[in-house]
Ligand binder design. Structure first.
Ligand code: ADP
Length: 379
């Protein structure tokens, strides 16, 4: 092996105040590894810092700085902390070994040394170090990728927010002036022109709804509030109050069992139940839509159920409906943006929970939300 290959195989620093011992260890290792020497603790620390050995064989008993002090100083320095240290010692009392382990040693070789044992131990610890280094490298790469992902996610949300925000003003102008046009043209233009104007107005209103949903979605993180004790019953009362017109227009009956108080972002809980109750009203062709909200305790979770007697959802779509922009119907049949359930999913995830649906086409749907019950009070 040439010098390069020996170094590639592992650079070993041998530290011993006896030149004879250094020579014995050198003979055991020099055919397979690059070997460096130090005859005292101070030189050992210097070499460990400047030559970055892969492993150190350290004599425990030396004048001035002994092996324990050297090992402790290696451990305290971030540059040398990760170099494994094997103590080479004639001390064999358990307390000597314990002390060595406490200051950071990974193994012991007892004097007088046996060359085969030295080589085998060195090989094992070099392999372990290589694996640790690879793991560390993989961890660093994963962290870099994670940071890049978080940044790009943040940029994307920022872009969505700006786009949605900047689109609002021109859209309001389109809707406003089209409404004026409609009023001015009333009775003066052909029914076809009337219809065209109505299409423009309808499209502008749909686009406004989409932009508002997109804004709400892009602001989920930036507007998030710390979790606080939140009564879900009160949240549901607010939601039914806000949706009172839609509920009475649909001749719907919304009933609510006892619901728990738990740690949550109150505003986000309102968004969550607003989306679910609005959907339960919208995707419903029953004479009398019925929506029932209830809660049961299962282990460490509260399971909240929002059940409706609406059109139902085929099981093949049960996962997909929680993806952003995923819609199962055209906007002529049911208006919408495909953002609501994706928002529900993010809100529930932020609370450490899960959301899923059980449903069959034509048989109504039941949306379940599992939220951690920690720090909640009983229903
Ligand atoms: P949107 O209602 O704006 O289309 P959502 O993300 O809220 O978007 O819902 C995604 C899709 O899931 C809807 O398009 C609809 O097809 C289906 N869906 C949601 N809630 C219900 C429900 N209660 N009953 C039947 N289908 C539903």
């Amino acid at each position: 092996m040439n010098g390069y290959e020996l170094a590639q195989n592992g650079r070993i620093l041998v530290v011993d105040d006896s030149a004879v011992n250094v020579s014995i260890l050198n003979q055991a290792l020099e055919d397979e590894h690059e070997v460096l020497f130090a005859l005292n603790g101070a030189d050992a620390l210097e070499l460990a810092r400047t030559r970055a050995p892969d492993l150190i064989l350290l004599d425990a008993v030396m004048p001035d700085l002994d092996g324990y002090a050297v090992c402790a100083q290696l451990e305290a320095n971030p540059e040398t902390r990760d170099i494994p240290v094997i103590f080479v010692t004639s001390l064999d009392r358990p307390e000597d070994e314990t002390r060595a382990l406490e200051v950071g040693a990974v193994d012991f070789i007892h004097k007088p040394v046996n060359a085969a044992v030295v080589r085998a131990r060195v090989r094992i610890h070099l392999t372990l170090k290589r694996q640790r280094d690879q793991l560390k490298e993989a961890g660093n790469q994963l962290q870099d990728v994670n940071v890049a992902l978080v940044n790009s996610n943040h940029d994307l949300q920022h872009f969505a927010h700006l786009a949605a925000h900047d689109l609002q003003a021109p859209l309001n102008a389109i809707a406003g002036f089209t409404q004026l046009l409609k009023d001015e043209c009333a009775g003066k233009v052909s029914p076809q022109t009337d219809q065209h104007i109505a299409f423009i107005l309808d499209s502008a209103h749909r686009m406004r709804a989409l932009i508002l949903d997109l804004l709400a979605y892009s602001q989920l993180d930036s507007l998030a509030q710390p979790l606080e004790s939140t009564s879900l019953k009160k949240v549901l009362d607010e939601v039914t109050f806000i949706l009172a017109n839609q509920i009475s227009e649909a001749k719907a009956v919304v009933t609510c069992a006892e619901l728990p108080t738990l740690m949550a972002d109150r505003q986000q809980m309102q968004q969550l139940f607003m989306n679910l109750v609005e959907n339960a009203l919208k995707y419903n062709k029953s004479e009398q839509p019925e929506i029932h909200i209830s809660a049961t305790r299962e282990g460490n979770d509260w399971i909240i159920a929002v059940k409706d007697n609406g059109i139902g959802i085929s099981p093949k779509y049960h996962q997909q409906i929680f993806e952003l922009f995923r819609r199962l119907h055209g906007s002529q049949a049911y208006p919408g943006s495909g953002i609501g359930l994706a928002m529900c999913h993010r809100i529930v995830s932020r609370h450490g929970g899960r959301i899923w649906v059980e449903s069959e086409e034509g048989k109504g749907s039941c949306f379940y939300i599992a939220l951690p019950a920690d720090a909640s009070s009983p229903a």
